[in-house]
Design a protein around this ligand. Sequence first.
Ligand code: GLU
Length: 549
Amino acid sequence: MSNQELANFLFPNISDFSDYEKQYPERELEEGAMVTRFAPSPTGFVHMGSLYAAFISSQFAKQSHGVFYLRIEDTDQKRMVENGIEGILHDLALYDFKTDEDPIKGGKYAPYIQSKRKEIYQSFAKRLVGEGLAYPCFCTEEELEAIRKKQEEAKERIGYYGKWARCRHISNEETYERIKNGESYVIRFASRGSFERKTKFKDAIKGTIEFPENDMDIVILKSDGLPTYHFAHVIDDHLMHTTHVIRGDEWLSSVPVHIELFEALHFTLPTYAHLAPLTKKESETKIRKLSKRYDPESSITYYDEAGIPTPAVKLYLATIMNSNFEEWYQKNPNADIDDFNFSFDKMAVGGSLFDLQKLESISKIYFSTITAETLYEQTLHYMEIYHPSFAELLRKYPDYSVQVFDIERNTPRPRRDIASYPDVIRYHGYMYDEIFFQGNPYQNLDPKKEYDQSILTRYLDVYSVRDNEEEWMSHLKAFATKLGYAADMKSYKQHPEMYKGNMRDICEVIRVAITGCTQTPNLYYLLKLLGPDRIQKRFQLFISNQNKR
Ligand code: GLU
C-alpha cells in the first residue's frame, strides 16, 4: 500500500490542499504592510497579557497599512468557555482595537474559527501522509507513559522521536488493518530533523536565536480530527498570509517544530516576534510573571471597576511596548498613539514590568488632556454603574460640574491630579454641598493647627463674586493689610515680626474652611463657583468646628 493510498483511505472526502491554496491567494497590500493577528483561545476573559499582544499586533498592522485579524483558536475543546468569542470581541471593541477580519465580520480568509477549519487542516495532513511525512500513531496514554519511563531510566531525552517513535515503523498495511478494526489514532509528523544539528532564526524582538533542530514526531491531528496548536498555527498563518506572528515567548522553544513544518509544507516562514511576559514587582528583590490567577490587575475588568479609562490603559501599554514612547507622550500629551512610530527593536527582550503606579501617572496625563465636558460624560457613565448617588449629583448639576472640572484644565500646564473616575469625587467632591455637609469635612486637617477666625468672620464683607481674578487678588491683598498680614512676600520676609502672617496664611484659612483640604485648584474659581451664601455656610461650620475642639 503506497503512502498516497493510505492518505486517501484516511481522508476519503477531503479535497486536495491545492484547492485551499487557490481559495486563499496572496493578499494585495502595499510594500511593507504587515499582516498580524490576535489568536486567543476562548477560555474566558481577555487578560492583560493577551490584551498587550493584541495591542502590539493591531498597532503594527495599522502603522504599516496592513491587516489585523482575529482568529479564534478553539481546537482544545476542553478549555472552551461559552460565549468566549463574544467576550473577546467585546473586550477588543472596548479598547478600540479594530479588526479588519474576524469571526463575526468575516473576511476573504474565513472561517476565522479553527474548529470550523477542520477539513483544511486535514487536507494538509493528507498531503503530508501522502508524501510519507506524517503517519497514524496508535500509542495509548499508557504506552506513551511506558516509553517516558524507559527514557527516564536510560537517561535519554523524553519524547516521541527516533527509535522511540514506535508507530512510525508500522507498515501501511498494518496501519490500514488496525484502523479498519476501529483502533483510535492520532496523526504524527515524521520529523527528519536531528538534535545534533542547529536551526537558526531571527526573531524580530529577541534577535538571532539558535536551537537544536526538532526531531520530535509531534502530533499534528488529534484523535478527534482537530489539529494541535503547532499544526493549526502553520496552516492558518500560511493560508491567511500572516507576515508577523507576534505571540508570547512561551512559544519560542516550539519554533524549531514550526520551522520544520513550514519547510515540509513548502510554505514561506513568517517573521516571528516573541513577546517577553508582563511581570510584577513583588518585593524589592523579587520580580515574577503577572499571574492570571493571583493578580487582580491582570484582568481587564479590574480597570473598568477601578475607573481607569481604556485610552489610559492603552497609553500605558504603549509605554511598555516601546521604551521611547513615554518621553514622546510626555512631550506630546495631546497627540494620538497612532502618531507614534512603534518598532520591534525598542521592545523588551526580557520581562516587561507592569506597574500600577506608572499606569496611574500615565492616566493622570490622559485625564489632563480631555475637556471638562468629556470628563463629565465619562465620569457620569462610570458613576451610574459604580456610584449612583454621585451620578445623581452630576445629573442634578451638569453645568456647575463642568465648570468645576474646568478649573485649571484649559491652561498650558493643566492639573494632573485625577487618575481615575473615583478621583473626581476625591478631588472635587467638596464642591457639592450634599457631600461636603454629609460628614465632618475637616477630619483630615491637623487638629493642633490654630487658624485665625477673624479672617473668616470678616472676609465676606470684602468679597465680591463679580470681581475678576485680578480685582479679587487686589481686594484680598487690601484685606490682608487691614488685618495685619503682609500683602507681599518680600515685605514679610524682611520683617516677619511686623505681621500676623502673610497672604499664604489668609488663603489657607479660606481654602481649608471651604474645602476641608490644604491643597486645591485655584481658590478664586472655587469661591466664585460656590458664591457668597455657600461660602458663608462653610465658614460658619468651620468656626463652630474649631470652637468645639
Ligand atoms: N492560541 C494561542 C495562545 O492563546 C495563540 C498563540 C499565538 O498567537 O500563536 O497562546
